[in-house]
Write a protein that binds this ligand. Sequence first.
Ligand code: HEM
Ligand code: HEM
Length: 177
Amino acid sequence: MVENHSQSYVYSPFARLLHWLIAGLIFAQLIIGWTMPDVHHDTLPTGEIAWHLGVGAAIVAVMAIRIIWRMTHAPEPAELSPQLRFASNATHWLLYTLLLVVPLAGWANASARGWMVNLLGVLPYPALAPKGSSTGMALGDIHSVLAWVLLAVIALHIAAALFHRFVFRDSVLKRML
Ligand code: HEM
Ligand code: HEM
């Protein structure tokens, strides 16, 4: 009985909505980040850069909801060997950490440049660093490097999901579809 239930477990509709919403926003944000013009000290936050700040503000809001939801709604663990369970938990923890640290570093950098960050053009976010702050400027470099780390961990995560589906042929991928 118990085994059957955990094999057919799927994440709740809201958890799945949040997962795929964040996935879409992150892919868009990486593309915008790498195609937008280089940012210099006199750059204005217009065009693609404005899009990056707007999508970034949405990521911050959705991640705040997602973390609160996850802390109050633990999913049923997948049936995995102890080693795979450890690898899976470690990757998910790393993803959550990067999904928090990367946007916060970008936001602090935007504040240090004196750029306003707001949600859907209406809800202003507070500045995370004073204008001209050297820490805020350094966080811009950290943001850029960690965006690559995030991409690498996402690639590992997707490879693992496909491995479950096509090599192990288990029901792990179905849990999130
Ligand atoms: C930007 C892209 C993505 C990010 C940031 C991301 C992030 C995450 C995170 C943080 C979790 C843990 C959920 C939790 O337990 O609270 C998760 C679970 C999951 N993700 Fe993704 N994901 C992404 C894309 C994908 C893609 C493209 C697939 C499928 C090919 C996928 C398949 C899954 C599956 C199957 C789970 C559930 C694993 C389990 O039940 O243990 N994800 N994802
Ligand atoms: C997970 C979410 C995010 C991802 C994946 C991401 C990704 C990127 C990428 C790839 C770049 C270009 C780096 C380069 O040219 O080497 C970048 C730059 C930048 N991002 Fe983000 N970003 C995210 C969230 C945010 C947020 C929330 C903000 C602000 C509200 C933001 C503000 C910036 C700024 C100001 C730069 C220019 C940094 C500099 O050149 O010093 N980003 N981001």
